[in-house]
Design a binder for this molecule. Structure first.
Ligand code: TA6
Length: 301
Protein backbone atom coordinates (compact mmCIF):
# COMPACT_ATOMS: atom_id res chain seq x y z
CA UNK A 1 0.00 0.00 0.00
CA UNK A 2 2.73 2.48 1.00
CA UNK A 3 4.84 1.66 -2.06
CA UNK A 4 1.84 2.03 -4.36
CA UNK A 5 0.89 5.36 -2.78
CA UNK A 6 4.44 6.64 -3.16
CA UNK A 7 4.69 5.43 -6.77
CA UNK A 8 1.42 7.16 -7.68
CA UNK A 9 1.41 10.32 -5.59
CA UNK A 10 4.72 11.04 -3.85
CA UNK A 11 6.38 14.39 -4.59
CA UNK A 12 10.05 14.18 -3.57
CA UNK A 13 10.80 16.49 -0.67
CA UNK A 14 7.14 17.60 -0.40
CA UNK A 15 4.77 14.64 -0.09
CA UNK A 16 5.62 11.13 0.97
CA UNK A 17 3.65 8.20 2.38
CA UNK A 18 4.79 6.28 5.42
CA UNK A 19 3.39 3.81 7.89
CA UNK A 20 1.99 5.86 10.75
CA UNK A 21 0.84 4.79 14.21
CA UNK A 22 -0.86 1.42 14.25
CA UNK A 23 0.74 0.76 10.87
CA UNK A 24 -1.89 2.96 9.21
CA UNK A 25 -0.78 4.80 6.04
CA UNK A 26 -0.37 8.55 6.24
CA UNK A 27 0.71 11.32 3.91
CA UNK A 28 3.48 13.53 5.29
CA UNK A 29 3.65 17.04 3.80
CA UNK A 30 6.61 19.41 4.07
CA UNK A 31 6.69 22.66 2.12
CA UNK A 32 8.18 26.14 2.70
CA UNK A 33 5.02 27.23 4.52
CA UNK A 34 4.29 24.35 6.90
CA UNK A 35 4.33 20.67 7.69
CA UNK A 36 1.22 18.48 7.93
CA UNK A 37 0.08 14.87 8.16
CA UNK A 38 -3.10 13.18 6.90
CA UNK A 39 -4.09 9.60 7.63
CA UNK A 40 -6.15 7.73 5.03
CA UNK A 41 -8.01 6.34 8.05
CA UNK A 42 -11.02 8.64 8.29
CA UNK A 43 -9.16 11.15 6.04
CA UNK A 44 -7.98 12.54 9.37
CA UNK A 45 -5.59 15.49 9.35
CA UNK A 46 -3.47 14.79 12.44
CA UNK A 47 -0.81 17.50 12.25
CA UNK A 48 -0.42 21.04 10.99
CA UNK A 49 2.59 23.19 11.92
CA UNK A 50 3.42 26.42 10.09
CA UNK A 51 7.15 27.14 9.89
CA UNK A 52 8.33 28.81 13.10
CA UNK A 53 5.16 27.93 15.01
CA UNK A 54 4.30 25.29 17.61
CA UNK A 55 1.93 22.50 16.45
CA UNK A 56 -1.59 23.84 15.84
CA UNK A 57 -3.58 20.61 16.20
CA UNK A 58 -3.87 18.53 19.37
CA UNK A 59 -3.47 14.76 19.07
CA UNK A 60 -4.02 12.50 22.04
CA UNK A 61 -0.95 10.46 22.97
CA UNK A 62 -3.45 7.69 23.75
CA UNK A 63 -5.25 7.94 20.41
CA UNK A 64 -6.20 4.57 18.97
CA UNK A 65 -4.97 4.00 15.43
CA UNK A 66 -6.96 0.91 14.62
CA UNK A 67 -9.81 -0.20 12.36
CA UNK A 68 -13.22 0.88 13.55
CA UNK A 69 -11.88 3.54 15.91
CA UNK A 70 -11.83 7.30 15.30
CA UNK A 71 -8.50 9.02 15.83
CA UNK A 72 -8.70 11.16 19.00
CA UNK A 73 -7.41 14.51 17.86
CA UNK A 74 -6.51 16.33 14.68
CA UNK A 75 -9.57 16.91 12.47
CA UNK A 76 -11.93 13.89 12.46
CA UNK A 77 -14.70 14.06 9.84
CA UNK A 78 -18.18 13.69 11.27
CA UNK A 79 -20.65 12.71 8.51
CA UNK A 80 -23.53 12.10 7.54
CA UNK A 81 -24.77 12.89 11.03
CA UNK A 82 -23.26 14.91 13.86
CA UNK A 83 -23.48 13.43 17.37
CA UNK A 84 -25.75 10.45 18.01
CA UNK A 85 -27.85 9.20 15.07
CA UNK A 86 -31.09 11.20 15.18
CA UNK A 87 -33.30 8.08 15.33
CA UNK A 88 -31.16 5.01 16.01
CA UNK A 89 -28.77 5.10 19.00
CA UNK A 90 -27.23 1.81 17.88
CA UNK A 91 -25.58 3.60 14.95
CA UNK A 92 -22.10 5.06 15.47
CA UNK A 93 -21.68 8.49 17.06
CA UNK A 94 -20.71 11.15 14.48
CA UNK A 95 -21.56 8.94 11.52
CA UNK A 96 -19.34 6.35 9.89
CA UNK A 97 -16.75 8.03 7.64
CA UNK A 98 -14.21 8.93 10.35
CA UNK A 99 -13.52 5.22 10.83
CA UNK A 100 -13.39 4.21 7.16
CA UNK A 101 -10.34 3.89 4.91
CA UNK A 102 -10.47 6.67 2.30
CA UNK A 103 -8.80 6.56 -1.14
CA UNK A 104 -5.97 8.96 -1.76
CA UNK A 105 -6.57 10.45 -5.23
CA UNK A 106 -4.29 13.46 -5.71
CA UNK A 107 -1.25 15.32 -4.41
CA UNK A 108 -0.16 18.52 -6.11
CA UNK A 109 1.76 21.75 -5.70
CA UNK A 110 0.07 25.11 -6.30
CA UNK A 111 1.94 28.07 -7.84
CA UNK A 112 2.27 29.66 -4.37
CA UNK A 113 3.93 26.46 -3.12
CA UNK A 114 0.94 25.36 -1.08
CA UNK A 115 0.42 21.60 -1.18
CA UNK A 116 -2.97 20.19 -2.20
CA UNK A 117 -4.13 16.72 -1.15
CA UNK A 118 -7.43 15.11 -2.11
CA UNK A 119 -9.04 11.98 -0.67
CA UNK A 120 -12.29 10.30 -1.75
CA UNK A 121 -14.87 7.98 -0.25
CA UNK A 122 -18.07 6.57 -1.68
CA UNK A 123 -20.99 4.49 -0.53
CA UNK A 124 -20.67 0.74 0.06
CA UNK A 125 -23.09 -2.02 0.96
CA UNK A 126 -22.21 -1.41 4.60
CA UNK A 127 -22.75 2.33 4.45
CA UNK A 128 -26.06 1.92 2.61
CA UNK A 129 -27.20 -0.41 5.40
CA UNK A 130 -26.57 2.46 7.85
CA UNK A 131 -27.62 5.35 5.58
CA UNK A 132 -29.72 4.61 2.48
CA UNK A 133 -27.99 6.92 0.03
CA UNK A 134 -25.41 6.71 -2.71
CA UNK A 135 -22.77 9.40 -2.18
CA UNK A 136 -19.27 10.49 -2.98
CA UNK A 137 -17.22 12.48 -0.49
CA UNK A 138 -14.07 14.45 -1.18
CA UNK A 139 -11.76 15.85 1.44
CA UNK A 140 -9.38 18.49 0.08
CA UNK A 141 -6.51 19.70 2.25
CA UNK A 142 -4.53 22.81 1.30
CA UNK A 143 -1.32 23.16 3.32
CA UNK A 144 0.16 26.67 3.40
CA UNK A 145 0.66 29.32 6.08
CA UNK A 146 -2.97 28.48 6.72
CA UNK A 147 -4.62 25.08 6.59
CA UNK A 148 -7.76 24.88 4.47
CA UNK A 149 -9.85 21.73 4.77
CA UNK A 150 -12.93 21.23 2.59
CA UNK A 151 -15.39 18.36 2.86
CA UNK A 152 -17.54 18.16 -0.27
CA UNK A 153 -20.63 15.99 -0.27
CA UNK A 154 -21.89 14.80 -3.67
CA UNK A 155 -25.41 13.38 -3.49
CA UNK A 156 -25.17 10.78 -6.26
CA UNK A 157 -28.48 9.20 -5.25
CA UNK A 158 -31.83 9.98 -6.88
CA UNK A 159 -33.41 11.32 -3.71
CA UNK A 160 -32.79 14.16 -1.29
CA UNK A 161 -30.32 13.55 1.53
CA UNK A 162 -30.33 15.17 4.98
CA UNK A 163 -26.75 15.68 6.13
CA UNK A 164 -25.34 17.03 9.38
CA UNK A 165 -21.55 17.12 9.53
CA UNK A 166 -18.51 18.62 11.21
CA UNK A 167 -14.80 19.11 10.75
CA UNK A 168 -14.20 18.20 14.39
CA UNK A 169 -10.94 20.09 14.96
CA UNK A 170 -8.88 19.68 18.14
CA UNK A 171 -6.64 22.70 18.74
CA UNK A 172 -3.49 22.70 20.87
CA UNK A 173 -3.40 25.42 23.55
CA UNK A 174 -0.83 26.07 26.25
CA UNK A 175 -3.26 26.39 29.15
CA UNK A 176 -7.03 26.07 28.83
CA UNK A 177 -7.48 28.36 31.85
CA UNK A 178 -6.16 31.30 29.83
CA UNK A 179 -8.06 30.56 26.59
CA UNK A 180 -10.72 32.97 25.31
CA UNK A 181 -12.81 32.39 22.20
CA UNK A 182 -14.20 35.32 20.22
CA UNK A 183 -16.76 35.19 17.43
CA UNK A 184 -19.78 33.78 19.25
CA UNK A 185 -21.17 36.92 20.91
CA UNK A 186 -24.94 37.19 20.59
CA UNK A 187 -25.32 33.72 19.09
CA UNK A 188 -27.72 31.07 20.36
CA UNK A 189 -26.30 27.68 21.27
CA UNK A 190 -27.60 24.26 22.21
CA UNK A 191 -26.03 23.41 25.57
CA UNK A 192 -25.38 19.67 25.56
CA UNK A 193 -24.23 19.78 29.18
CA UNK A 194 -27.71 21.01 30.21
CA UNK A 195 -30.21 18.83 28.39
CA UNK A 196 -29.84 20.59 25.04
CA UNK A 197 -31.46 23.77 26.30
CA UNK A 198 -30.88 26.81 24.09
CA UNK A 199 -28.99 29.73 25.58
CA UNK A 200 -27.75 33.00 24.10
CA UNK A 201 -24.03 33.69 24.35
CA UNK A 202 -22.70 37.09 25.41
CA UNK A 203 -19.12 38.21 25.04
CA UNK A 204 -16.07 35.98 24.92
CA UNK A 205 -16.23 32.23 25.64
CA UNK A 206 -14.00 30.97 28.42
CA UNK A 207 -13.49 27.30 29.27
CA UNK A 208 -13.57 26.60 33.00
CA UNK A 209 -15.69 23.44 33.07
CA UNK A 210 -17.00 20.83 30.63
CA UNK A 211 -18.21 22.76 27.59
CA UNK A 212 -20.23 21.09 24.84
CA UNK A 213 -22.12 23.61 22.73
CA UNK A 214 -23.55 23.77 19.23
CA UNK A 215 -23.77 27.44 18.23
CA UNK A 216 -26.45 27.72 15.54
CA UNK A 217 -27.10 30.11 12.67
CA UNK A 218 -23.57 31.51 12.64
CA UNK A 219 -21.21 31.92 9.70
CA UNK A 220 -18.66 33.89 11.70
CA UNK A 221 -14.98 33.07 12.13
CA UNK A 222 -13.75 32.35 15.64
CA UNK A 223 -10.55 33.54 17.28
CA UNK A 224 -9.00 31.18 19.83
CA UNK A 225 -6.90 33.44 22.04
CA UNK A 226 -4.24 31.28 23.66
CA UNK A 227 -3.00 33.85 26.16
CA UNK A 228 -0.43 31.57 27.82
CA UNK A 229 0.73 30.38 24.41
CA UNK A 230 0.99 33.98 23.20
CA UNK A 231 -0.85 33.26 19.96
CA UNK A 232 -4.23 33.54 18.35
CA UNK A 233 -5.69 30.83 16.12
CA UNK A 234 -8.19 32.11 13.57
CA UNK A 235 -10.78 29.52 12.59
CA UNK A 236 -12.60 30.70 9.50
CA UNK A 237 -15.29 28.82 7.62
CA UNK A 238 -17.66 28.64 4.68
CA UNK A 239 -20.64 26.41 3.94
CA UNK A 240 -21.23 26.14 7.67
CA UNK A 241 -23.91 27.62 9.91
CA UNK A 242 -22.96 25.84 13.13
CA UNK A 243 -19.88 26.12 15.31
CA UNK A 244 -19.27 23.51 18.00
CA UNK A 245 -17.13 24.18 21.08
CA UNK A 246 -16.04 21.24 23.21
CA UNK A 247 -13.77 20.54 26.13
CA UNK A 248 -14.50 17.40 28.22
CA UNK A 249 -12.91 18.85 31.38
CA UNK A 250 -11.70 16.52 34.10
CA UNK A 251 -14.56 14.10 34.78
CA UNK A 252 -15.30 13.25 31.16
CA UNK A 253 -11.61 13.18 30.21
CA UNK A 254 -11.09 10.53 32.88
CA UNK A 255 -13.82 8.41 31.28
CA UNK A 256 -12.32 8.51 27.78
CA UNK A 257 -9.83 5.66 27.30
CA UNK A 258 -8.04 7.43 24.44
CA UNK A 259 -7.84 10.80 26.19
CA UNK A 260 -5.25 11.52 28.93
CA UNK A 261 -6.84 12.49 32.26
CA UNK A 262 -5.06 15.86 32.16
CA UNK A 263 -5.40 16.30 28.38
CA UNK A 264 -8.21 18.81 28.77
CA UNK A 265 -5.67 21.40 29.96
CA UNK A 266 -4.06 21.72 26.53
CA UNK A 267 -6.84 21.32 23.99
CA UNK A 268 -10.09 22.84 22.84
CA UNK A 269 -12.33 21.77 19.97
CA UNK A 270 -13.69 24.46 17.67
CA UNK A 271 -15.62 22.62 15.00
CA UNK A 272 -16.95 23.85 11.68
CA UNK A 273 -20.30 22.13 11.30
CA UNK A 274 -23.89 22.00 10.19
CA UNK A 275 -25.83 20.41 13.02
CA UNK A 276 -29.27 20.54 14.64
CA UNK A 277 -31.42 23.13 12.87
CA UNK A 278 -28.55 23.79 10.44
CA UNK A 279 -28.73 20.25 9.00
CA UNK A 280 -28.48 20.51 5.21
CA UNK A 281 -30.88 19.12 2.61
CA UNK A 282 -28.85 18.10 -0.42
CA UNK A 283 -30.91 17.48 -3.54
CA UNK A 284 -30.27 14.53 -5.89
CA UNK A 285 -27.20 15.26 -8.00
CA UNK A 286 -26.31 18.33 -5.93
CA UNK A 287 -23.18 18.97 -3.86
CA UNK A 288 -22.32 20.87 -0.70
CA UNK A 289 -18.90 22.08 0.49
CA UNK A 290 -17.99 22.59 4.15
CA UNK A 291 -14.69 24.46 4.62
CA UNK A 292 -12.58 25.29 7.65
CA UNK A 293 -9.55 27.57 7.34
CA UNK A 294 -7.07 27.67 10.21
CA UNK A 295 -4.41 30.35 10.54
CA UNK A 296 -2.01 31.39 13.27
CA UNK A 297 -2.32 35.15 13.69
CA UNK A 298 0.95 36.92 14.31
CA UNK A 299 -0.79 39.59 16.38
CA UNK A 300 -0.14 39.75 20.09
CA UNK A 301 -2.91 38.08 22.03
O1 TA6 B 1 -17.73 17.81 19.65
C1 TA6 B 1 -18.65 17.63 20.63
C2 TA6 B 1 -19.03 16.16 20.79
O2 TA6 B 1 -20.22 15.89 20.10
C3 TA6 B 1 -19.13 15.88 22.28
O3 TA6 B 1 -20.47 15.63 22.65
C4 TA6 B 1 -18.20 14.68 22.50
O4 TA6 B 1 -18.93 13.48 22.38
C5 TA6 B 1 -17.20 14.86 21.37
O5 TA6 B 1 -18.01 15.27 20.26
C6 TA6 B 1 -16.33 13.67 21.07
O6 TA6 B 1 -17.10 12.65 20.52
P1 TA6 B 1 -16.35 11.23 20.22
O7 TA6 B 1 -17.41 10.35 19.64
O8 TA6 B 1 -15.24 11.52 19.26
O9 TA6 B 1 -15.81 10.78 21.54
Amino acid sequence: MIDTLNQRHAMPGVVQFVEGRGGLPKAVVSNPHAGAEVYLHGATVTAFQPRGQAPVLWLSPQALFQPGKAIRGGIPVCWPWFGPHPADPSKPQHGFVRTMEWSFVHAGCLPDERTELRLHLQDTTDTRAMWPHAFRLELRVLVGRSLEVTLTTHNTSNHEALVSAALHSYFAVSDIHTVQIDGLDGRDYIDLTAGRIIRRHAGRAVIDQEVDRIYIGTEDACLVRDIAGKRILQVGKSGSRSTVIWNPWSAKAAKLADFPDDGFHTMVCVETANAGPDTRQIKPGASHALTQTIEVMEAAV
